[in-house]
Design a binder for this molecule. Structure first.
Ligand code: KIV
Length: 292
């Protein structure tokens, strides 16, 4: 670990973000900011930057654990990463993404697993995918005092049913179903809804029809807030970048350069230099040599 003193990043103290504050931002027409995080240093940097909310997304499966899709990630893995994020972020609203099969089997399991995100993962709220078919689970989780965010449109846990990672709601009938689902999720008690890969004008229409905030990803500027997968934002995930992502950095290339530079430095003995080595007092050294 480096011993270089950290750069001071003291941000003005902010109040802890709440689901109520989410709603108030929508009412004031102020966009809500959200990004995903899966570890302590990323959560710390995001929180200092002033992000409104951090989602510990099940995208963890793909961008951190290297799986093909989000289906294999487990509750235990999600909780492990949620705890790391909670240790780093003190102000953002923290949302734990319920993994595949943690809420689909029964309402009881859904409530129990949602509770684990708060009790064992340090999260403030949970997110789950689906519309009308999840209304009972949402009602029961909210009924036990846990805030729930919905997720409509491209729901990656259903990729096999959707036929892949494809945009949703492009026909009038599919769009109508999404509007109905959004209204149902609001009625069931969700405090917000992620809209993923749906036409921008549909997302705007939904955002106007419901009073809870919509958070868009590939859903245009008419949503009440935006979320992106951080590994896409930072250029850390090299497999593919969805069309809707704006890349703010190329960390994959930067990492590659740092690692090749390090290898070269070690191989050519440029590292460690004297400044990276521990010195020993001459007198102590002489004494050691005389005693050997
Ligand atoms: O898992 C995730 O990162 C998500 C976002 C894409 C919204 O669900």
């Amino acid at each position: 670990m480096s011993t270089v003193s950290p750069v001071s990043t003291s941000a003005p103290t902010r109040k802890k973000m709440t689901t109520l504050a989410f709603r108030q931002k929508k009412e004031r027409g102020e966009p809500i900011t959200m990004l995903t995080a899966y570890d302590y240093p990323t959560a710390l940097a995001m929180d200092k930057a002033g992000i409104d909310s951090i989602l510990v997304g099940d995208s963890l499966a793909m961008v951190v654990l290297g799986y093909e899709n989000t289906l294999p990630v487990t509750m235990e893995e999600m909780l492990h990463h949620a705890r790391a994020v909670a240790r780093g972020a003190k102000t953002a609203l923290l949302i734990g993404d319920m993994p595949f099969m943690s809420y689909q089997v029964s309402v009881e399991e859904a409530v129990r697993n949602a509770g684990r995100f708060l009790q064992q993962g340090g999260m403030d709220a949970v997110k789950l995918e689906g519309g009308r078919e999840r209304a009972d689970a949402v009602r029961a989780i909210v009924g036990s005092g846990i805030p729930v965010m919905g997720h409509l449109g491209l729901t990656p846990q259903s990729i096999h049913q959707l036929g892949g990672f494809r945009a949703q709601g492009k026909t009038a009938s599919a769009a109508k179903r999404l509007v109905e689902d959004a209204l149902l999720l609001e009625e069931a008690g969700c405090f917000g809804i992620v809209l993923e890969s749906v036409p921008a004008r549909l997302a705007e229409l939904i955002s106007k029809k419901i009073s809870i905030p919509t958070i868009g990803i590939g859903a245009g500027v008419g949503c009440d807030g935006q979320v992106l997968v951080t590994h896409d934002v930072l250029g850390l995930f090299d497999r593919f970048t969805p069309k809707f992502v704006k890349k703010y950095a190329d960390f994959h290339a930067a990492m590659n350069k740092a690692f090749t530079d390090y290898i070269e430095d070690v191989e050519t003995k440029r590292f460690p230099s004297q400044e990276h080595s521990v010195e020993m007092d001459d007198k102590q050294w002489e004494q050691l040599l005389s005693e050997l």
